[in-house]
Structures are given as structure tokens and as C-alpha cells.
Design a protein around this ligand. Structure first.
Ligand SMILES: [Zn+2]
Length: 110
């Protein structure tokens, strides 16, 4: 199946599924560089929405700007690991690449 879109067309396959407090999503854990732990989906409960930060660094890596930024797709999470839980603030949304440290809606399982 092939889809063609005009450049810069934004498609939201998740419709109006904006995050809200109390919803359960997936948090992608970070894997370890040595591969002892792989990056995995973990269940997480949204505890806050719109908690993003706008951070700008110069080439030396120094932070020039670091201020709160309202983004309804950036959330705080209570992440439920099999052996414990932890809390995370300002988690960005990433539905496609499942990068470590991001959240997405749980995949459909047939
Ligand atoms: Zn997932």
C-alpha cells in the first residue's frame, strides 16, 4: 500500500486523542549501551499534561534558554516497571520511532 502526501502535510492518525490526566500510555525505557537492557515499552499513567520545556543550547552545550513551554502533548508520567515505579516530568510524545524517553499510545494488538 502506498500513500502520497504533499510536503508538510500533517496527518494525525491518532485523531483527537490528546493526552489527559489518568490515561494509560506507553513509556519507552532507555536501553543500556552494552545491550544488558533493551529499550522497551512500559505502562505509564499520565499525571500532568503540558509540562514541556523549551531548551536551547549553544555549540559548547551550554544552556542559553530553558523555560517552560506549553505543549499539550508533553506529559508527566508515573511509569510502572515490572519491579518498581518512577516518576518522570516533561516526557515528549513520539508515536513513530519509539525513542527512549518518549511516550506513545499503546499499540493495538489483534
Ligand atoms: Zn508501546
Amino acid at each position: 500500500m502506498t500513500f502520497e502526501f504533499e510536503k508538510d502535510t500533517k496527518i494525525n492518525l491518532w485523531g483527537d486523542r490528546k493526552p489527559s490526566i489518568g490515561r494509560i500510555v506507553h513509556y519507552v525505557s532507555y536501553g543500556t549501551p552494552g545491550g544488558e537492557f533493551t529499550s522497551e515499552c512500559r505502562a505509564a499513567i499520565i499525571t500532568e499534561v503540558g509540562t514541556g520545556r523549551f531548551v536551547l543550547k549553544n555549540l559548547a552545550g551550554e544552556v542559553i534558554v530553558d523555560e517552560p513551554e506549553e505543549n499539550p502533548w508533553t506529559v508527566s508520567l508515573c511509569v510502572l516497571n515490572p519491579t518498581g515505579q518512577f516518576f518522570n516530568v516533561g516526557v515528549p510524545h513520539n508515536e513513530d520511532s519509539h525513542k527512549g524517553g518518549t511516550w506513545h499510545w499503546p499499540e493495538r494488538v489483534d
